[in-house]
Write a new protein. Sequence first.
Length: 265
Amino acid sequence: MYIHDLNPILINFGFFEIRWYSLAYIFGILIGWWVAKKIIDFKVQNKIIVLDNKIFDDLIGYIIISMIIGGRLGYIIFYNSSYYLNNPFDVFKIWQGGMSFHGALIGIILGTYIFSNKVKVNSFIFLDAIASVAPIGIFFGRIANFINGELYGRPTDLFWSVIFPKIDKIPRHPSQLYEATLEGLILFLILLNVIYKKTTKTGVVSALFMILYGLFRVISEQFREPDPQIGYLFHFFSMGSILSFFMILIGLLILKKVKSNELVK
């Protein structure tokens, strides 16, 4: 058993703080972008795709903006709509927390689609690269969640349980670390292996990300305490599980279209 005593603030200058959660976003984006560039270079050099690398560089602004807007709106709509209807100005207080992965995902997909239409490139070329490196950011994000002592797990008596004193004195699953392992590390290794195969069709990695992340998230949700303002829907499913079920279905649909050559290569 471990008693959580980690400080979410790395450095406090008094007038300015450096938090682990902020660093998770920064390093997730920087490392993910570097790896994505390597993936694009590999595909261009092996004549799998035809793309100017400078075009890919221009996409990062769209991704960052759409991720933040989508993540915030997703949290408001999916997880806490009643609160924000009564406190509309709090919508803009992002520094107080409240971001949704599924909302950020929708935002990134829409942002990438808009950018792809602008530059006249198949959006799945970009989305495959983004999907391959997204687990890097997810990994850092879940580790930051653990450091912050948030999104904690259900009670358990397992020897690796964690007590989060700011919450209660009950030993709980370190569900953040489960998610970091499944949705971050393992998913990254799987997708990286697939995208570096020359025979992998455009769209496959995007589909696999949707399917596998959705599956891993549903598994992790079984150990995670549901959001208190929502609880369980239909007395069994968490909001994260329901949204992940839709991810799996969409991923299967994309995979079907790839196999039937309905997606432009």
